[in-house]
Structure formats: structure tokens, C-alpha cells
Design a protein around this ligand. Structure first.
Ligand code: NBG
Length: 949
């Protein structure tokens, strides 16, 4: 069987290549076409030039660069050493700059080997650096090179000199994929042999980002591949930049899913990610006149070299129609969905490579196709109509990702998407299990479904349907299996994110599924009545179907064997506030799994300088065992280490400054403090607080030009949901403030404000690496966890934040003295929400600083149209215009935020202190690896078996 599979897979690859060839033809055309329709100057530059030309140029560049190296280095050192222009006037800044002079000079002059010895010299004796790990998998560099050359020839009929960067990217990706496929097959063979329990991570979103670099990293082949490409005259960074992000997600929830897949493979667990192959992922954001414009993200334009189409696993998914019942000779009722519309679900598999262990799991995302092609010879009117409808259904269903983060839009097509990928995934999970097992009643022993938020909750009813209608289990038997299979993760307490489908819509679209949900609800209400006799209020609060709506979270909790929050505080709020009634009824189901991130992407790939430096100091085990990074603690006071560390930060800031110059045309000074808030734009995340504070600082500098002020670059990156007016207006405000401040010569570049266009996984990697200050300033209680906060910490940024989400645990790890905490606590927020007592108008009336800033929203300071920002002004002060004025306590927290920011500045001016804080943040980030999170899911929820090759 394995053999046939092997050939089948080989054929697939061959086929994929042929398709790729075909695709590449049109790709070439596309590139040619796009040549004329260029948008940005950078794109213009890179688009269609032959790689080698570029490379030659680059080589020349690098040659002269090499020649200049010493001088350049000295220059950088000098430059880095030079006092920040605007700080010249301040005494403290002077000393600070002096200190950095010596530090930077020392660092810049030194070679890596020198760094090693000097580090060893100053390293406290007890630190033992483990030897570098031997790869357990191999990468054949020569084969890789040959394969790249071969692919360029066979895919494009070109040699390297003629190929475009995009073509080289494709050729390189297929070469890497060739090496992956063997491990992919070996992994599947091992799974067949050992039959481990498998988790299906069911998620509407997987925010994977780019694959090539990450795949090379996890094959432990990055450096070899880089060298090989260099030998072929190609710069690996240019090639990586050719890949579009796989942006099949909105924000934290989707990126978490991607990190989890990385950890599952790395830890050696059998896992599938199951989702949707959206034609268009998260929209691309362009900023025009300061406003966000959404541009479609046609990410599959050039084909996707890593995916594998698997038509042999096609499933049919049915919508609408009605249910008919027939009773068999034993008196058992059988239910049939009839008069439905059907869609074919075709899976595309993406390899998910474990780090250095040869395990390759699968992300399986489903595409939709019409069930039958038109048969023009044989249709009557009815069939024709239906055929057209089915065709449209298939075309629409996977067309686009809904760009809402933390927000439920209630769209019919969204429910179709949910059922589409769930039905296909559950059908396949059952079919796969039945290929190797006999007893469907033991399904849960080998399979578990994790529901990533409520979006995949129809899986519960779909599994019940399959078990009862297709395997003839009784209700009780099916319920037993289902409730031992499904587990649910809650990712938010935001009321507007809760999924409640109108019964009318739900039952029309999914008639059989609705019947099952109704029955689950009927039985659950019986249970409530038994537990709380006569308590109607409990039923009203807890029922799954109530008030004309189907409440997906209630269904997930009732049928799930586990309910988890994503940070300790969040889980406590779920237990004691939001889901209190359910917690009282099922305390054993509730548990916490604090989120995590993968250090492979967000340090090893995203920040190679720091990654190498960490390895030099503590060995390389942190790559798969992040807590090892605590070995850095002993260097926190070490002068040399501090200088090296800050120099790396400086170089990363130079890299980001270059990116900003290229993409925004703004000059920023890498010696200024890089203060960064990148995340989705949402009122609860309070980008508005950040920009209002910048407006306040600007007022201060204008009013007191002599005051001491350390130059700061405020960096934002955020996409707003297309229909979220206040969020979009906040983007405009940030850009308007940026325009005014960046062009005001009188403030001597003390503040710069930058809004980075199209924030996404690939530029995030560069941004985290360069940040000094991490803005985590959500209203306490609102941010379930946050994961950006962890990525910043890992890269040595210091948090300014509220006691919200995982910030609480970050502070616990790093110590309060190494973070800047401000604002209301979650208890205080919840108390105000429940009992009132907060009136922002009081603050407006009594605080002239706040008043001045707010008036500037509507007096033309930042826009000729004085009404433009009125909605933001109103949201803060006018209860009539929002449900409650200042719902997110921005004015309430303003002063303590400003005070915390003042402390940030003081700390930064003390170079030693800052270096120590930043290093300790890296050293204490061990808890926040997604490897830890996954281990806890495995041990405490899923109970998976570990597999090695
Ligand atoms: C988000 C939360 C974040 C959290 C991620 C991942 C949703 C519904 N929730 O705080 O807002 O980090 O989930 O758990 O997207």
C-alpha cells in the first residue's frame, strides 16, 4: 500500500510540476503585464529584471561594500556613536550618547570570532555552552543546486542569467519541496505504522506567512541553501521577497494556528490543520491620502509551489433542501437531506515541517468546485437552473476571507464557508479512521478535534450526523463519541465577536444539522432543569437555541470535553464572568492554555543576528527548547554582552529604517527609540490612546522647546476591517498627525510617526527585531492573550502595557522592574462596566492637557476638514454617539500612560539599564514558546502519542 501511495505521490509531484510549468507560462505573461502597471517604485525596481543582472550589480555593490567595509564599519560606528541630533541640547542625552559611543565603537570594530572570545572571557564560569546540535536530517547542497538549475530550465526554458527573481523563487521552492516530499512520505508511513492519536486543528484561519524561508530553516538547511544560492549568483533575501504571504487569516487567532502547526511537527505529534483555501486572503492595505484602501490579495497569482492538490480525497458537501424521514423494519428512523445543492470539496495539502526531526505534517485546506460540469445535451430546465446555482455556490464559497478580527458579521456566506470546510474535514477524518480501524465507537481514541474559536462549531453536529446517519449509531452512542472528540478554545470575551446565527438562516442552510442542534439543545435544557429546578433564568442564559438564535459558544461548551481560554487572566474572566454559569455546571471542562509563539520563525528566521548571538552564548538548544534562553541572564550586567546586544538591535533598526524609507519615503533615525504598536486596529487595542499621547507630547515639545526629550520614532502597523469606521478613521488620524509632526522642522526631529503600510507576517518579522518598546495597551480584560507581545519580548523589546491578557504573565516572568505597567486593572474595568461611575467628561473638564489634545481633533490642527475626526472625539465624550462615552477608558488611563511613557524615556537614557532590561526580556521569554503551549494541549487535553521517524 505504501508503495502505491509513493508512486501516487510521485505522480502528484510530477503533475504539480507540469501545472507549475503551465502556471509559470502565464506567470511570465503576468510579470510582463504587471511591468507596465507598476504601483510602487520598489516593485518597479525588482519586477522583471533578470536576477543575474541584479546579482552582478549586487556583487559589485558588495565588492565595493567589502572594500568599504572597514571604512563603512568605522563610519557606522561613528554614526551610531554620534549623538542623536535632537538630543544634543539635553545634558542627559549627551552623556547617554557618549556612553553609546564607546559601546558602539567597540562593537563595530570587532569581528565575530573576537566577539566569541571576548564573550567567553567575560562570561561567568558557570555557563556551559552546549555543542551545536548535529542535524538529524540531511540536506544535499549539491543536489539542491543542480535541482534549482534544472527547474529553471524545465519550468521556464531559461538559464539562471535570464530568469526573473520570481522564476528563481519558483525553481528554488520546487527544489526545496523535492527534499521535503521524502520526509513527508516517511512521516505518513510512520503514522500508518504506529497509528498514533491525531489532532485535527479545525480553523477558519491559518496565517502562515511565507513558506520558503521557514521551510529551509526547519530543514536545518537555511545556511547551506543561502550559500548554494550565493554560488549561483542569487541573494536569498531577494528570492524570499518574491513569495506572497499566505495571508489566510486576520490576526492573532490565525497566526496562533500557524505557530501551533509548527510546534506540533517539531514536537513529533500527528496533526492536521484543516481550513479553507481562500482565493483571496487578507486584503492588501494601501494608504492613500492617509486613508486605508483595500486591495484584493490574489496570492495564488503565480501558483503555489508548495501545495499539492489531492483530488482523490474529494468530498461532497450539501446545503439547503429539506430532511425526509423513513422508518426501517426495526422501527428506526432514518434521515435524508433532499433537494439540496452540493459542492465538491477538493483538498490541497501543504507540508508543515518539524524543526530538524524529519516530521512533516499536513495543513489541508479545501477548495470548492461545482459537483457536475454542465452537460448541455441532457438537462431540463430545473437541472439547468440547479447546475448554474451549484456552479455559483462553488465559485463563491471559498472566494474570500472575511476580514473581521474579533467581530461577528452574521453573513450567510460565512456560515456556508464554515460548514463547507468542516463537513469535508470531518468526513475525511472519519473515512481515514475507518481505513485502518473497525469500531467507529472508538473514534475518539485515535482522533480529537480542536475547535479554534466557535467558527468550526458545526463540527459537533456534523460528526453526530455522520455517526448516526451514515454509521447508524444511536443518539447516545454518537453523543458519547462526539463529546469525547471535540474540544473548544475561546479566544475572546468581546460581545460583538460572539457567533449567534439566526434560526431562520441556520435551519434553511443546514436543515439536518439544525435538527441535531435542536435535539442537543432539548436534552441540555432537560439537564439544566434537573440541576436547577424551576430556574427559568438559567435556561434563558444558557440555552443553545434561544431568542431566535443558535448560540455557537454554548453548543461548543455543552458538547466539548474541554473548554480553554488563552491566558490565565482570560480563563479566570471566562470562569468568573462571561461563562460563569457554564463553569458552575461543568467545572472540570475548564482549563487554561496560555498562548505561545514559535521562536523558529520569530527569532531564528526573523532576527538572524540576534539568533546567532544567542546561540554563541547559550548554545543552540533554545531553538527547540526556548527556556534554555534563560542562560542569557548571567550576561545581563556584562558590559561586552550589553554592547553587542545593543549593536544588534541597532543593526536591526537600520534594516527597518531602510524598509521604512523604501516603503514610506520617511527618514527615521535608528538611534531614536523605536516605539512600536503593530496589531489589528480595534478600539479595545487603543491605538487611539497611543496617537493621542503622541499629540500630547508634540504639544509639550512645542510649548517647552528647551525641555529634555529623547528622540522617538513611533511606528504603527494595522489593518482595519473594511466596514469598521472608527478603526479606519484612527488610521487616518495617525497619518494626519504623522504628516504634521514629520514636517515640522521646529521640533528638530524629536518625534517621527510612521504608519507601515500592509502590516503582515513577513514585515512583522523585521519589525519585531527592530523594536525597543512594545506597545500592549489594550483596556484591561479585553485582550484575551495577545501574541505580538511575546514576539516583541523574544526580540528584546520592553513592554509598556496594561495588566491584560498574557501581559500579566510576561511581567511575572521578567519582573515588574523590567516592564512599564500602567492603567486600570481588569477588576476595575469590570467594576465600572457593571456599576458605572466613570464619566470621561470630568477628565475633559479638569485636565487641560487632555482637553487641548481632544480639541485638536476638531479644530483643524490635523485636518482642514474640522468635522473629519468628530466621530473619534464623540466616541470619547458623547454618550449619545456611542453606547457609552469612552467605552475603552482611554481618557481614564491617559495620565498613567503618559507617566509610564516618561519612565520609558528615563530608562532608555540610561544605556546600561536599558540594555539589561532588554536582555532580560529575551532571557525570560522561555515560557512563551508555542512548544510549551502545545505540550500542555497534548498532555492535558488531547493525549497524543509522540512519534519519531
Ligand atoms: C484573538 C484575541 C487575542 C489572542 C488571539 C489568539 C480572536 C477572536 N481572538 O488576544 O483577541 O491572542 O485570539 O488566541 O481573534
Amino acid at each position: 500500500m505504501a508503495a502505491t501511495k509513493k508512486t501516487a505521490d510521485k505522480k502528484e509531484t510530477a503533475k504539480a510540476k507540469t501545472t507549475a510549468k503551465a502556471v509559470s507560462k502565464s506567470a511570465t505573461k503576468e510579470t510582463a503585464k504587471s511591468k507596465t502597471a507598476k504601483k510602487t517604485p520598489t516593485e518597479k525596481k525588482t519586477a522583471d529584471k533578470a536576477v543575474t543582472k541584479k546579482t552582478t550589480a549586487r556583487k559589485a555593490e558588495s565588492k565595493s561594500a567589502a572594500a568599504k567595509k572597514t571604512t563603512a564599519k568605522a563610519a557606522t560606528a561613528k554614526k551610531a556613536a554620534a549623538k542623536p541630533a535632537a538630543a544634543k541640547k539635553t545634558a542627559t542625552a549627551k552623556t547617554a550618547a557618549k556612553k553609546s559611543t564607546t559601546a558602539n565603537k567597540a562593537t563595530a570594530a570587532k569581528k565575530t570570532t573576537a566577539a566569541k572570545t571576548s564573550a567567553a572571557k567575560t562570561a561567568p564560569k558557570k555557563v556551559k555552552i552546549p555543542k551545536a546540535k548535529k542535524p538529524t536530517i540531511t540536506f544535499d547542497k549539491d543536489l539542491f543546486k543542480r535541482s534549482v538549475l534544472y527547474n529553471v530550465r524545465t519550468l521556464y526554458r531559461k538559464n539562471m542569467e535570464e530568469a526573473t527573481p520570481q522564476q528563481v523563487f519558483q525553481a528554488v521552492s520546487y527544489a526545496i519541496k523535492d527534499q521535503i516530499v521524502d520526509y513527508w512520505m516517511k512521516t505518513q508511513e510512520a503514522y500508518e505504522r504506529e497509528d498514533p492519536k491525531t489532532v485535527y486543528y479545525l480553523s477558519m484561519e491559518f496565517l502562515m506567512g511565507r513558506a520558503l524561508g521557514n521551510n529551509m530553516i526547519n530543514l536545518m538547511a537555511y545556511k547551506d541553501a543561502k550559500d548554494a544560492l550565493e554560488e549561483l549568483g542569487v541573494d536569498i533575501n531577494v528570492i524570499e521577497d518574491q513569495e506572497p504571504d499566505a495571508a489566510l487569516g486576520n490576526g492573532g487567532l490565525g497566526r496562533l494556528a500557524a505557530c501551533f502547526l509548527d510546534s506540533l511537527a517539531t514536537l513529533g505529534y500527528s496533526a492536521y490543520g484543516c481550513g479553507i483555501r481562500y482565493r483571496y486572503g487578507m486584503f492588501k492595505q494601501q494608504i492613500r491620502d492617509g486613508f486605508q484602501i483595500e486591495v484584493p490579495d490574489n496570492w495564488l497569482d503565480n501558483g503555489n509551489p508548495f501545495e499539492l492538490r489531492r483530488p482523490e480525497y474529494t468530498k461532497e458537501v450539501r446545503f439547503g433542501g429539506y430532511v425526509s424521514v423513513r422508518t426501517d423494519e426495526n422501527g428506526r428512523s432514518h434521515y435524508y437531506q433532499e433537494g439540496y445543492q452540493a459542492v465538491k470539496a477538493i483538498p490541497y495539502d501543504h507540508p508543515v515541517i518539524g524543526y530538524g526531526n524529519g516530521i512533516v505534517n499536513t495543513l489541508r485546506i479545501w477548495d470548492a468546485e461545482p459537483v457536475d460540469c454542465f452537460r448541455l445535451d441532457s438537462f431540463d430546465k430545473g437541472d439547468y437552473q440547479k447546475a448554474v446555482e451549484q456552479e455559483n455556490l462553488a465559485r463563491n464559497i471559498v472566494e474570500v476571507l472575511y476580514p473581521n478580527d474579533n467581530h461577528y458579521a452574521g453573513k450567510e456566506l460565512r456560515l456556508k464557508q464554515q460548514y463547507f470546510f468542516i463537513s469535508a474535514s470531518v468526513q475525511e477524518a472519519v473515512a481515514k479512521y475507518m481505513r485502518n480501524h473497525k469500531d467507529i465507537k472508538k473514534f475518539y481514541e485515535k482522533v480529537t478535534f480542536q475547535l479554534n474559536d466557535t467558527h468550526p462549531t458545526v463540527a459537533i453536529a456534523e460528526l453526530m450526523r455522520i455517526l448516526m446517519d451514515e454509521y447508524y449509531l444511536t443518539w447516545d452512542e454518537a453523543w458519547d463519541v462526539t463529546t469525547k472528540t471535540c474540544a473548544y478554545t475561546n479566544h475572546t470575551i468581546m460581545a460583538e465577536a460572539l457567533e449567534k446565527w439566526p434560526i431562520e438562516l441556520f435551519s434553511r442552510l443546514l436543515p439536518r444539522i439544525y435538527q441535531i442542534v435542536e435535539e442537543i439543545n432539548r436534552r441540555f435544557i432537560r439537564e439544566i432543569e434537573y440541576r436547577y429546578p424551576g430556574n427559568k433564568e438559567k435556561i434563558a442564559k444558557m440555552a443553545i437555541v434561544y431568542d431566535g438564535q443558535v448560540k455557537m459558544a454554548h453548543l461548543a461548551i455543552v458538547a466539548g470535553y474541554s473548554v480553554n481560554g488563552v491566558a490565565r487572566l482570560h480563563t479566570e474572566i471566562l470562569k468568573n464572568q462571561e461563562l460563569k454559569d457554564f463553569y458552575e455546571m461543568y467545572p472540570e471542562k475548564f482549563n487554561n492554555k496560555t498562548n505561545g509563539i514559535t521562536q523558529r520563525r520569530f527569532l531564528l528566521h526573523g532576527n538572524p543576528l540576534l539568533a546567532d548571538w544567542v546561540t554563541e552564548h547559550v548554545g543552540d538548544e533554545w531553538i527547540t527548547d526556548l527556556p534554555q534562553i534563560k542562560g542569557l541572564k548571567v550576561y545581563a550586567d556584562d558590559k561586552k554582552a550589553q554592547a553587542e546586544f545593543m549593536n544588534i538591535k541597532y543593526q536591526n533598526k537600520v534594516r527597518l529604517a531602510k524598509y521604512i524609507k523604501e516603503h514610506n519615503g520617511i527618514d527615521v533615525d535608528p538611534r531614536s527609540i523605536f516605539d512600536v504598536q503593530v496589531k489589528r486596529l480595534h478600539e479595545y487595542k487603543r491605538q487611539l490612546l497611543n496617537i493621542l499621547h503622541i499629540m500630547y507630547l508634540y504639544n509639550e515639545i512645542k510649548e517647552h522647546p528647551e525641555m529634555e526629550f529623547y528622540p522617538r520614532t513611533f511606528i504603527f502597523g494595522a489593518k482595519a476591517a473594511a466596514g469598521y469606521m472608527n478603526a479606519k478613521l484612527t488610521i487616518k488620524l495617525i497619518n494626519s498627525v504623522a504628516d504634521v509632526i514629520n514636517n515640522d522642522k521646529s521640533i528638530d526631529n524629536k518625534i517621527k510617526v510612521v504608519f507601515i503600510e500592509n502590516y503582515r507576517v513577513s514585515n512583522a518579522e523585521i519589525i519585531f527585531a527592530a523594536a525597543d518598546v512594545s506597545e500592549q495597551i489594550s483596556t484591561a480584560s479585553k485582550e484575551a492573550s495577545g501574541t505580538g507581545n511575546m514576539k516583541f519580548m523574544l526580540n528584546g523589546a520592553v513592554t509598556i502595557g496594561t495588566m491584560d491578557g498574557a501581559n500579566v504573565e510576561i511581567v511575572e516572568e521578567v519582573g515588574e522592574e523590567n516592564a512599564f505597567i500602567f492603567g486600570l486593572s481588569s477588576d476595575e474595568v469590570i467594576r465600572y462596566e457593571n456599576f458605572g461611575g466613570y464619566n470621561p467628561m470630568e477628565i475633559f473638564n479638569n485636565d487641560p492637557d487632555v482637553r487641548k489634545v481632544l480639541m485638536q481633533l476638531i479644530n483643524g490642527t490635523y485636518s482642514d476638514d474640522t468635522e473629519l475626526f468628530r466621530p473619534l472625539y464623540n466616541s470619547l465624550l458623547n454618550t449619545l454617539s456611542t453606547s457609552k462615552a469612552d467605552t475603552y477608558f482611554i481618557l481614564k488611563d491617559f495620565k498613567s500612560y503618559a507617566a509610564a511613557q516618561k519612565k520609558v524615556e528615563e530608562a532608555y537614557m540610561d544605556k546600561k539599564r536599558w540594555a539589561k532590561m532588554a536582555m532580560l526580556n529575551v532571557a525570560c521569554s522561555g515560557k512563551f514558546t508555542s512548544d510549551r503551549t502545545i505540550k500542555q494541549y497534548v498532555d492535558e487535553i488531547w493525549k497524543l502519542d509522540h512519534v519519531t521517524l
